[in-house]
Design a protein around this ligand. Structure first.
Ligand SMILES: NC(=O)c1ccc[n+]([C@@H]2O[C@H](COP(=O)([O-])OP(=O)(O)OC[C@H]3O[C@@H](n4cnc5c(N)ncnc54)[C@H](O)[C@@H]3O)[C@@H](O)[C@H]2O)c1
Length: 432
């Protein structure tokens, strides 16, 4: 153990990051910045080539800094797993998702471990960062790696450390967000802790890989349920003709026992709509029905339909209908100030409106093209003209670059799903 810790502290440990997306690429960069020589492995050749050209495809990464690290040979990428032969620390950041029946799909983790085992060597540290259900590291990953004939915790170190990165968050990023680690044995935890201490300000060890896996699911289930609660409160307030935004603002003045969450068009991204189902799937196997999780998922995924129903009612009151109406959607990323559209509720709103005969265009300064099932849409220039032509402008994502006062001034009707127009008084605005 001392040998690998020594390598890590001196930054002479050679590190590989497998899966170079929203999680893996920022990690590659931070490791390179502190002095490790780090190689990324990805099955996507285009991504590998882009990295080796010094071009980042992840929004939050400073391209100048990135290019310089590649030029200095600190970071590089390959699609060839044979590079693992000379590696001391391996970080697994491949995607995990859900099947159509909402069962966990950890096939990428399994495929990647089947490659790692071919090159596993004594003293190596394997860190799993992909979100998954409790038990994956000890029940699935460990047996695959032990096919090498080596024992986890004795011959090599194995730990789980959930990635908490929040793309677009300017206050909390990879290095100042505390990092949880849970190893298969206390030695595994210790080696993993030492590794993360090289790039992260605070590392929080937990007692097992299962605890570390569960931490991530608790965090995202907490968010999913609270978002669902506040979405339901928004529906309730609308029925009672109460301004939900007013209520949340006032409730937030309570200095204890209340944490504000805000309603919106649903939950999006790769984590909140997905991760809690990993837990409910695991519980189903133990004959327990995780009701909160299921209910929260149902409420959140129903929000786009709820919003379209509200629009329907709004138009009916004015003797109009969605069919033939021109809607301009502002913001299609799943949240503010990023370009990620995965599971974005804005896209679902667009789909339902189109299905009902609405004419739909969008603007998003961060998403210039948007692939739907049937076509590729292009972000429209945001001009006075298009705002005036739109029968209804829907603020689906509240990017901070938008000038909401100007938008309200030039639009005829606005449906604001995010309270982005807070403080602007106009009878053209309808809020969630
Ligand atoms: N995106 C987030 O904000 C976030 C935050 C915390 C945790 N996570 C979790 O981290 C994991 C990675 O998520 P992401 O958003 O970075 O995914 P991503 O889709 O952005 O990137 C994953 C990368 O892995 C590559 N890949 C797939 N299979 C591979 C294999 N067998 N070998 C090598 N490369 C492979 C893909 O080509 C892709 O480039 C997931 O488990 C996710 O739930 C994501």
């Amino acid at each position: 153990m001392e040998k690998v810790i020594e390598f890590i502290k001196k930054k002479s440990a050679r590190v590989a990051v497998i899966g170079l997306g929203y999680v893996g690429l920022p990690l590659l960069v931070e490791l390179g910045k502190v002095g490790f020589e780090v190689v990324g492995i990805d099955i996507d050749k285009k991504r590998v080539d882009s990295i080796n050209r010094g071009e980042s495809y992840i929004f939050d990464i400073d391209s100048h800094e990135f290019g310089a690290l590649v030029k200095r040979g600190r970071i590089s990428a390959t699609a060839d797993y044979r590079i693992l032969r000379g590696i001391d620390v391996i970080c697994i950041c491949v995607p995990t998702s859900l099947s159509k029946t909402k069962d966990p799909d950890i096939s990428h983790i399994i495929e990647c471990c089947q490659e790692i085992v071919k090159y596993l060597k004594k003293g190596q540290l394997i860190l799993v960062e992909s979100t998954t259900y409790p038990g994956t590291t000890s029940e699935i990953i460990k047996p695959i790696l032990e096919q090498s004939g080596m024992a986890a915790g004795k011959d090599f170190y194995l730990a789980f450390s959930p990635e908490r990165i929040d793309p677009g968050n300017k206050a909390y990023y990879l290095t100042n967000t505390p990092r949880v680690v849970g190893g298969l044995t206390s030695n595994c935890t210790e080696v993993a802790r030492k590794f993360f201490e090289q790039i992260i300000e605070k590392v929080v060890p937990v007692s097992s890989t299962e605890s570390a896996e569960m931490v991530k699911l608790l965090e995202n289930t907490f968010r999913s349920i609270n978002i669902a609660l506040v979405n339901e409160v928004a529906i309730i307030c609308n029925k009672l003709k109460i301004d939900v935004w007013d209520v949340i603002e006032a409730a937030s003045t309570k200095p204890f026992g209340f944490t504000p969450f805000y309603p919106g068009p649903g939950s999006g991204g790769h984590c909140i709509p997905v991760d809690p189902h990993y837990l409910s799937w695991k519980l189903k196997k133990l004959n327990y029905h995780a009701r909160f999780i299921e209910l929260a998922g149902e409420i959140n995924s129903n929000m786009p339909s709820y919003i379209v129903n509200r629009l329907d009612e709004l138009l009916n009151e004015r003797g109009k209908s969605i069919n033939g109406f021109f809607f301009l959607i502002l913001g299609v990323a799943y949240k503010r100030d990023i370009n990620d559209t995965r599971k974005s509720p804005a896209i679902e709103i667009m789909r339902i409106l189109m299905q009902k005969g609405g004419r739909v265009l969008y603007n998003d300064p961060y998403v210039l093209f948007l692939k739907t099932n049937s076509e590729t849409l292009k972000s429209q220039a945001l001009t006075k003209g298009i705002l005036a032509r739109a029968d209804c402008v829907i603020i689906a994502t509240d990017h901070s670059v938008y000038d909401y006062k100007w938008i309200v001034e030039h639009s005829r009707l606005i449906f604001d799903t995010r309270n982005a127009t807070k403080g602007i008084v106009s009878n053209k605005i309808v809020k969630l």
